[in-house]
Design a protein around this ligand. Structure first.
Ligand SMILES: NC(=O)c1ccc[n+]([C@@H]2O[C@H](COP(=O)([O-])OP(=O)(O)OC[C@H]3O[C@@H](n4cnc5c(N)ncnc54)[C@H](O)[C@@H]3O)[C@@H](O)[C@H]2O)c1
Length: 317
């Protein structure tokens, strides 16, 4: 397992959320000094982040990235903070634009405020959704961004803002575009935890449209290792696609969950209206990332086994 130098000071934004907390757990175990800046929205995991206080190398700032006025001195700033649920962005997109685009602009402005030698590298955690539907074969990092929903549009805006700060002001950045992440203790609005929660309550799992939308699944622990790999070995001012190995449609995911809960999938699923703007498939080419000798290690079946087992043991968020 790779690691940063322990002398590096790391600021993580949105570290009380799903991917951020797994990333912070990894850093704390590696004895890094970490400062987490998080607004603690509904999506933050109050239980997990509270356990970080057991570590003397952890600090927390309860703040909104859009109104943050001072950035602690650091070597790396890794931005996970975002409104991240597509359905919410369809209902109302304002918070998405504010946090995901203007919040990033504010963090970049604070980064720019340091004299050149003290500026941290800016790591932006982005998504495969910025490319939109897969139309012309796999998307490389050079492909056009054609976001289909408001969440994806706000993340695409952020990617452009980061790149223009680099070009205009010489900010040093890396952008990582990740596939769908899954793993233990994800907020139960996302497909896997929501389906398990509903089935545990003897309700039907809901599937948008006909369930044929394909997604590539990346375990959050593999995502953490991918981020470490890019920071350590990737080039400055570049974008990296990061893909899991397992592509499954929504029907297959829910069937696998039902099977692990000893349920007959035909009896426990209901089909609901498809999301407006639903993408049928994201297919990203992450060969650039694979050249850094990173590959996902956790198979979807193994990852799902653990999630179902742990959610049954501790069903309440
Ligand atoms: N989960 C995925 O499948 C996935 C896939 C690709 C990319 N991403 C990206 O990775 C990042 C992390 O995703 P996640 O699933 O952990 O998200 P999440 O919704 O679980 O957590 C987001 C965190 O950001 C915090 N936050 C939100 N608005 C904030 C603000 N204005 N100021 C400070 N903190 C704020 C929340 O309190 C929460 O702790 C996001 O940028 C997301 O776009 C996620």
């Amino acid at each position: 397992m790779q690691s940063f130098e322990t002398s590096q000071r790391i600021v993580v934004t949105g570290g009380a959320g799903f991917i951020g907390k797994h990333f912070i757990s990894y850093l704390l175990d590696q004895k890094h000094e970490v400062i987490n800046i998080d607004k603690l929205t509904y999506a933050s995991d109050k239980k997990s982040y509270a356990s970080f206080y057991d570590y003397s190398n952890y600090g927390f700032i309860h703040e909104d990235i859009t109104s943050l006025e001072t950035l602690p001195e650091c070597d790396l700033l890794i931005n996970f903070a975002a409104e991240s649920h597509v359905d919410n962005s369809i209902r109302s997109s304002r918070h998405f634009m504010t946090t995901n685009a203007l919040g990033v602009q504010n963090l970049l402005e604070l980064t720019r405020g340091f004299e050149q030698s003290l500026r941290p590298r800016f790591i932006q955690i982005s998504t495969d959704e910025v490319y939109g539907d897969n139309i012309e074969g796999p998307h490389t990092e050079e492909s056009l961004l054609r976001p289909s929903n408001l969440y994806a549009a706000s993340k695409a805006a952020a990617d452009h803002i980061v790149q223009s700060y680099a070009r205009t002001y010489g900010i040093d950045y890396q952008i990582l575009r990740l596939n769908n992440n899954y793993g233990v203790r994800q907020y139960p609005e996302k497909l896997i935890p929501r389906s398990i929660a509903r089935l545990l309550e003897n309700r039907k799992a809901q599937i948008h449209g006909d369930g044929s939308a394909l997604r590539c699944w990346l375990h959050v622990k593999d995502a953490v290792q991918a981020i470490v790999t890019v920071v350590l070995q990737g080039n400055a001012n570049e974008i990296y696609n990061i893909s899991g190995n397992d592509e499954l449609n929504v029907n297959d995911v829910v069937s696998k969950i039902a099977a692990r809960m000893d349920l007959n999938v035909e009896d426990c699923v209901e089909y609901v209206n498809d999301r407006p703007g639903q993408d049928t498939r994201y297919d990203v080419d992450d060969s650039k990332m694979r050249k850094l000798n990173w590959a996902p290690e956790i198979s979807f079946d193994d990852g799902l086994d653990e999630i179902v087992k742990k959610t049954i043991e501790t069903p309440h968020w």
